[in-house]
Write a protein that binds this ligand. Structure first.
Ligand SMILES: [Zn+2]
Ligand SMILES: [Zn+2]
Ligand SMILES: [Zn+2]
Ligand SMILES: [Zn+2]
Length: 597
């Protein structure tokens, strides 16, 4: 079968289904998608809430303690403390229902989703020590507001962080220590305000650097020391000069950050970030093979449209977001992993689960369909247990029924068998979910597209301090600052889920003292969204290399070496997550490597 152009039900743009896509759909026996890849990703992400946390009470029998949950208090679902939820003291199959051929499948699934009790958070709770406000994580110790995190200690306000210690304000950071306000670091130490760096130490405000130590405001350097804005200094000169910068003062810190970012923009970017790959496309992709449209992914093979895959050994998966770890043959799944195989349209179906579809937060299951919170079961539909033959007889009838009586949302999008869960039955609103982080919308835009929205709760506290009243440097700020409620500089006027005010926690102030860093002026949500501006969209555009021979097409960057294409425009075309209208100088692999110092 050749490639086919289809029109996306959601964004109404055309998208292409390639022969290899058809092969995969045939292999796992699903119809081709009706949403484009980007809209499919967005639809899955609406089902993941990492950072919107609430206080509510535990609804487990005999319990009434307050707990922290990612289910908003007004939601219909009962919420159980995690320990109780994972125990055998309650039975999800007691909520089982007969399939009803008089109403659409997704209506019935939503009814089930509303009545089966939910876990307050999604963590490996027994491995979490003194890290109350953490979600989507395990093996955490003394952490505060870290999400999508494993093996992290003494850290705060960070997401997608692994095997790291003493890190604050970081995203996509692994095996790092004492890092601050950074994105996409691997094996870094004392790295501040930096992006896409590996194996660096004592590096500030640097980008795309590898193996550097004691560098400031640098970009694209390899194994360098004592460089400032890419200029080489002696050790003595270096320390003298950076001591004059006064990065420990808030005003100077922000100016230096701005100056560095302006400098970064004057040098070429490689069209995609990653290494150790064979035959891949995407961005931030590592040690992967035969994988297309892979983003923030490592150790992936023979897969396509995958993102946020950060664990070992993921193979043969299409439209799969978050996790991995020996995942096989997953299609349109999110947060399924740990030996999961042959799953379709599943969310959080884990721990050796297999051969299942349309199920939610279930583990150790096989052959389940439309189930919610099931564990260690086989042959269940809508949480009702069947004999093997009954299950096998019923399943084709249900799939047929899904096609004959599809679900339609209020924007007219039609959901037959083969679509992921509709976004409007998600337990989360658009702005609670990570969809808002990858595809930010205003409330009006979201509602126009049929997404739900939740305004942040009215804050019961009153700010006791304005940021202008905070001293510029950490020296001399005593622990009493942790009692203050500080007004966020954005005052709720941004579109970043601004909490309008924030506190400094005691561990955080110790971190700032240790690192000689000034206090932040923004609330944690605004800080998070500001950092995410450094992450390119999870989408590829075809464009040409912007190397013109002697300089970049915009004339800003002068090449330092002669390139294989001589003085002519580089003919290389590539797919990149830098959209064509962006100002960055984007070079092909060859031109970029020619310029790397
Ligand atoms: Zn679309
Ligand atoms: Zn804010
Ligand atoms: Zn080129
Ligand atoms: Zn070139």
């Amino acid at each position: 079968m050749g490639s086919e152009t289809r029109n996306c039900q959601n964004c109404k743009q055309n998208f292409i289904i390639e022969p290899e896509d058809f092969d995969f759909y045939k292999k796992i026996d699903v119809p081709p998608p009706t949403f484009c890849p980007e809209c499919r990703l967005q639809r899955r992400l609406v089902w993941r809430n990492e950072r919107a946390l609430y206080r509510r009470k535990c609804d487990a029998p005999g319990h009434s303690e307050k707990l922290i949950s990612y289910i908003a208090p007004e939601k219909p679902q009962s919420v159980y403390d995690q320990r109780y939820w994972w125990s055998d003291d309650w039975d999800p199959s007691s909520y089982g229902k007969e399939y009803d051929f008089s109403k659409p499948f997704f209506v019935q699934f939503k009814e089930l989703l509303d009545v089966v009790p939910r876990s307050s958070l999604s963590t490996n709770y027994s491995t979490i020590i003194n890290s109350e406000y953490s979600n989507w994580g395990g093996d955490l110790k003394n952490c505060y507001l870290v999400t999508d995190a494993d093996y992290v200690e003494d850290s705060g306000y960070s997401s997608t962080i692994f095997k790291s210690k003493d890190c604050y304000e970081c995203n996509a950071v692994s095996e790092s220590e004492l890092c601050y306000e950074s994105f996409n670091l691997l094996k870094c130490y004392r790295t501040v305000g930096s992006i896409n760096c590996q194996g660096c130490s004592d590096v500030w405000f640097s980008k795309n650097c590898n193996g550097c130590a004691n560098c400031f405001g640098c970009v694209n350097l390899r194994n360098k020391s004592y460089c400032i804005f890419n200029e080489q200094y002696s050790k003595e000169e270096y320390f003298k000069k950076i001591s004059e910068f006064h990065g420990e003062r808030k005003g100077a810190y922000e100016l230096l950050k701005k100056r560095a970012q302006e400098f970064w923009a004057s040098l070429p970017e490689r069209h995609s970030r990653g290494y150790g790959n064979v035959n891949v496309s995407g961005d931030y992709i590592y040690h992967s093979k035969n994988t297309k449209y892979g983003f923030l992914a490592s150790d992936v093979e023979d897969s396509k449209y995958v993102s946020l895959i950060h664990s070992l050994n993921t193979k043969d998966c299409f439209d799969y977001t978050d996790w991995g770890e020996n995942a096989r043959l997953l299609y349109e799944c999110i947060a399924c992993g740990l030996g999961a195989s042959n799953l379709k349209f599943c969310n959080l179906v884990v721990l050796q689960s297999k051969d299942s579809a349309y199920s939610y937060f279930s583990y150790n299951c096989s052959d389940i369909f439309g189930c919610v919170n099931m564990r260690k079961k086989q042959y269940c539909i809508l949480n009702k247990q069947y004999a093997k033959e009954e299950y096998e007889n019923l399943l084709p009838k249900i799939k047929k029924h899904m096609d004959e009586m599809p679900y339609m949302d209020k924007k007219g999008r039609v959901y037959k068998y083969g679509e992921f869960f509709p976004q409007d039955i998600s337990p989360f609103t658009y702005n609670e979910s990570v969809a808002q982080e990858f595809f930010p919308l205003t409330r009006e835009e979201a509602e126009q597209k049929g997404y739900s929205w939740r305004e942040p709760d009215e804050k019961s506290y009153v700010a006791t301090k304005k940021v202008t009243e905070i001293p510029e440097i950490i020296d001399g700020i005593d622990d009493s600052i942790t009692k203050e409620v500080i007004e966020c500089e954005h005052e709720g006027k941004c579109n970043q889920s601004c909490a309008t005010a924030f506190r400094i926690i005691p561990a955080e102030i110790q971190f700032y003292r240790k690192m000689k860093l000034p206090l932040p002026h923004l609330c944690p949500n605004c800080r998070h969204y500001e950092r995410l501006k450094h992450r390119n969209p999870l989408r590829l555009w075809k464009r040409f290399c912007t190397c013109k021979g002697k300089e970049s097409v915009n004339g800003i960057y002068k090449n330092t070496t002669s390139h294989s294409h001589g003085d002519n425009q580089c003919p290389n075309e590539f797919e990149t997550s830098f959209s064509p209208e962006r100002p960055e100088i984007v070079y092909c692999e060859r031109c970029y490597n020619s310029e790397i110092i």
